[in-house]
Design a binder for this molecule. Structure first.
Ligand SMILES: CC(C)(COP(=O)(O)OP(=O)(O)OC[C@H]1O[C@@H](n2cnc3c(N)ncnc32)[C@H](O)[C@@H]1OP(=O)(O)O)[C@@H](O)C(=O)NCCC(=O)NCCS
Length: 225
């Protein structure tokens, strides 16, 4: 028995959301898989942009409660993906997992629900991701890595083998992480950083080598002024 395409809604009409629409279209070009019903967004999306790509703004995110469709979240911030995932799951919605046909995925790779692998991303072998993990364009994840829920790899980020990225970690564009390290929950690695030591949870680390940025205190801020 053949089934028709699965109804799909993208959450978020910003740049990342529209990039995910490209992934949906690329998947459909290989095999008609999804019927993209439109996008939900609580803001005021640029309707011209959506019109040019023939995607409807259906309304605010809460509409997802009433639409019988799978969803993907086209929003970079892990905390927002987490919040939307929790609402959508409570509404009984199922997250779609999208893999661009020009991504390269090796054997023994398990992607959590809602995860998105963009064009030119590569994952080698024995990799597990949590829910709603986003591997942006041209990212690489090598052997034996573990990526928690809502992890984001920005374009061109490289994660070497046997690395653990805990929940909500964001790796900035062009950054790299050498093998065997752990990056703690919620930590952000800045664009272009080279992570050569494990990082604790909840820090912003930048530079080559990457070091956690020391938060500026009020006193320091006023020193000398
Ligand atoms: C690290 C990051 C999160 C910090 O953002 P922020 O808190 O707004 O930081 P600011 O721009 O206020 O900069 C604060 C300081 O950190 C420095 N800094 C910021 N980002 C840096 C980076 N990636 N590498 C080195 N230094 C950096 C700034 O030069 C500034 O230093 P100064 O105080 O000596 O002038 C951000 O700069 C970054 O790299 N984000 C990744 C973005 C990305 O990859 N986007 C992809 C979207 S698809």
């Amino acid at each position: 028995m053949s089934h028709g395409p699965t109804a799909l809604v993208v959450v978020g009409a910003g740049g990342h959301g529209r990039e995910l629409m490209d992934v949906v279209e690329a998947v459909n070009a290989v095999r008609p898989t999804y019927e993209l019903l439109g996008v939900v967004d609580d803001g005021q999306p640029d309707l011209n942009q959506l019109f040019r790509r023939k995607v409807r703004h259906l309304g605010p995110v809460r509409l997802l409660a009433e639409i019988d469709a799978e969803y993907v979240v086209g929003i970079g911030a892990p905390a927002i993906r987490r919040a939307i995932d929790s609402m959508a799951t409570a509404w009984g919605r199922k997250a779609a997992t999208l893999v661009h046909p020009r991504a390269v995925i090796g054997r023994d790779v398990l992607l959590g629900s809602g995860s998105v692998v963009c064009a030119l991303a590569s994952i080698t072998t024995n990799v597990r991701t949590g829910r709603h993990v986003h591997l942006n364009i041209a990212t690489t994840v090598a052997h034996d890595c573990r990526l928690g829920d809502y992890v984001t790899l920005s374009p061109g980020a490289h994660v070497s083998g046997t690395v653990t990225l805990e929940d909500d970690v964001t790796i900035g564009t062009g950054a790299m992480v050498i093998q065997g390290l752990t990056i703690g929950t919620g930590t952000t690695v800045g664009a272009g950083a080279a992570v050569i030591r494990s990082l604790p949870a909840g820090v912003v680390a930048v530079g080559v080598p990457a070091r956690p940025r020391v938060p500026v205190t009020v006193e320091q801020n006023h020193a000398g002024s």
